[in-house]
Design a protein around this ligand. Structure first.
Ligand SMILES: *[C@@H]1O[C@H](CO)[C@@H](O)[C@H](O)[C@H]1NC(C)=O
Ligand SMILES: *[C@@H]1O[C@H](CO)[C@@H](O)[C@H](O)[C@H]1NC(C)=O
Ligand SMILES: *[C@@H]1O[C@H](CO)[C@@H](O)[C@H](O)[C@H]1NC(C)=O
Ligand SMILES: *[C@@H]1O[C@H](CO)[C@@H](O)[C@H](O)[C@H]1NC(C)=O
Ligand SMILES: *[C@@H]1O[C@H](CO)[C@@H](O)[C@H](O)[C@H]1NC(C)=O
Length: 492
């Protein structure tokens, strides 16, 4: 190697001397043992806040308010604040439950459509101030934020634009002033807020009411620089287009912002799949409730473990974030049944993904950027870094590049294949296939931050697993590969 390099630089030197008067084009290969630079990014790219968001994988929603006490999903706005009386409210318990479930961000409904505010807003008396809870001196948002901070969990808030209580609703300017003022209260008095949720729901009594999203978003960014704004149209993270926690099997983080609008039912398919030609990085978030309803109802119980795992594979396993709603009950606590189900869910995920069978295998590739030892080899797909170290094939042949995992002694038995793309340089892969011992067992389109293939044919025994990248925007970059056995998966 060293000899070769010496000869190369010697040749370059010679060329230089011979060609004094014109530009010499020499090999672009790096001299010595310097690393080859990474390929150029393929736009659009995530920014810092979006990358941090993506790595959370599962976050928690908490729907809590007057509906919790009236057994309803959409309050009318006529509820008396007197109904809000959680006898044992303990936000610390909510946070403990989230931490045990491996969750690092929790989003609370500061105000839902009924208009009742969980914090003592200066701009309305329809709030905790007029409730019996803590004699009207309580602040649920404050307690929630303090409890989360104590355990290092980040917070997010939802402030419903639709307000069925406030008289200003329907009077465009007055209501938008009221709403903007409440946003300012929430985003200045409670420290750092990492996500804020907007939807476009409107009252039938005021179908023409305009929400001043432009003003609101500007205000939000001014007050919280690292926040992610969620809505149908981003600007930072987008709705996935359904409330079942199910992303498209093709799912691009990119989309065209100019084609989006908030509360437009005709774009749900587009939101679900994204756009390979999209100019904006606005990745999808999958909101779904642990129970049937968003609010707690005595009559409802949490979804079964296999339903939750299905949701996990269809959201986290399809390049999305899972926003799982866990509604506190009328005592102000997360119910025991929900706690147990979340524990089962976390323990199932840990069980499935604790043992990557690929780690004991040999990994070979069709080619690698810059040749061996230049930083883009197959060893990168098995290290701990799932973002910034990755395998890159050689420039020359972008079609049919492959990476193969080969067992060194006995056969591998698995039913899940995980593939991750180095999205820091853009989402690229458009089509891929998985072969075991030469047999096609799964095919797919996009990969993105994480793709989980739960094999339809069930568990396979094999010595060789080959992932073929058939189509990609420029070079494909694979940051991680895993082969797992999911004991909960029993395909029909
Ligand atoms: C809303 O706007 C439409 C079209 O401009 C109009 O026909 C309708 O009367 C308006 N509705 C209300 C409740 O103002
Ligand atoms: C991150 O990117 C989104 C989408 O392009 C943009 O709306 C947002 O302002 C960016 N955030 C930061 C902190 O740059
Ligand atoms: C809703 O989306 C469709 C499809 O993109 C578009 O044609 C229509 O103009 C949008 N409507 C509104 C009110 O933005
Ligand atoms: C999104 O924008 C790009 C660039 O302008 C364009 O090529 C593409 O066709 C757009 N996608 C859709 C679905 O209109
Ligand atoms: C709420 O959940 C707690 C357990 O965390 C339980 O002790 C309490 O009885 C529940 N309240 C209601 C009204 O079900």
């Amino acid at each position: 190697m060293a000899k070769l390099i010496f000869r190369c630089s010697f040749a370059v030197l010679l060329l230089h001397q011979l060609a004094l008067d014109f530009e010499v084009v020499v090999s672009t290969a790096q001299p010595g043992n310097l690393a080859t630079p990474p390929p150029l990014p393929v736009l659009p790219l995530p920014n810092y806040s979006q990358l941090k968001w993506q790595q959370r994988e599962i976050i928690m929603f908490l729907h809590f308010g007057v509906n919790t006490f009236t057994d309803s999903e959409w309050g009318t706005g006529k509820e008396s604040p007197a109904v809000f009386n959680p006898t044992h409210l303990d936000a610390g318990q909510w946070v403990d439950v989230a931490v045990d479930a491996g969750i690092s961000l929790m989003i609370l409904t500061a105000k839902h459509h009924d208009g009742f505010c969980l914090w003592p807003s200066r701009y309305t008396d329809h709030s905790v101030i007029n409730s019996p809870w803590k004699g009207g001196h309580g602040d649920v948002v404050g307690e929630f934020v303090a409890a989360a901070k104590a355990r290092g969990v980040d917070v997010g808030l939802y402030l419903s634009p639709w307000d069925r209580h406030d008289r200003r609703y329907g009077h465009e300017k007055a209501y938008n002033e009221y709403y903007t003022a409440q946003l300012q209260e929430l985003l200045t008095n409670y420290g750092s807020v990492r996500e804020i949720w907007f939807d476009g729901a409107k009252g039938a009594n005021a179908p023409n009411m305009s929400y001043y999203f432009g003003d609101w978003f500007g205000m939000v960014k001014e007050l919280q620089s690292s926040i992610n704004i969620f809505s149908d149209a981003g600007p930072d993270v987008r709705w996935v287009g359904d409330e079942q926690g199910c992303a498209g099997s093709t799912c691009w983080s990119a989309i065209n912002r100019t084609s989006l609008s908030i509360g437009n039912a005709s774009i749900v398919q587009y939101l679900n799949k994204g756009d390979p030609k999209g100019t904006d990085w606005i990745p999808p978030e999958c909101d779904v409730s642990l129970r049937k309803g968003w609010f707690w109802h005595k009559s409802q119980s949490p979804k079964k473990l296999n339903q939750l795992l299905e949701i996990y594979y269809n959201s986290v396993g399809r390049n999305c974030l899972l926003l799982l709603n866990v509604p506190p009950n009328s005592s102000g606590l997360i119910s025991q049944l929900d706690i147990e189900r979340l524990k089962e869910f976390r323990s199932a995920i840990n069980t499935i993904f604790s043992n990557n069978l690929a780690e004991t295998c040999l990994v070979t590739v069709s080619s690698q950027r810059g040749g061996e030892g230049r930083g883009f080899g197959p060893e990168n797909v098995l290290d701990r870094d799932h973002l910034w170290t990755y395998w890159v094939p050689d420039e020359a042949n972008t079609k049919g590049q492959w990476i193969e995992i080969r067992a060194t002694d006995h056969e591998l038995s698995f039913n899940v294949v995980m593939i991750q793309e180095a999205i820091g340089l853009g989402q690229r892969i458009k089509r891929h296939e998985i072969y075991v011992d030469g047999r096609l067992v799964a095919e797919g389109t996009t990969i993105g931050y994480k793709k989980l293939h739960r094999l339809e044919i069930g568990a396979v025994e094999a010595k060789r697993v080959r992932i073929v990248i058939l189509k990609s925007r420029k070079l494909p970059l694979i940051s991680h590969i895993g082969l797992y056995f999911d004991p909960y998966w029993h395909p029909k």
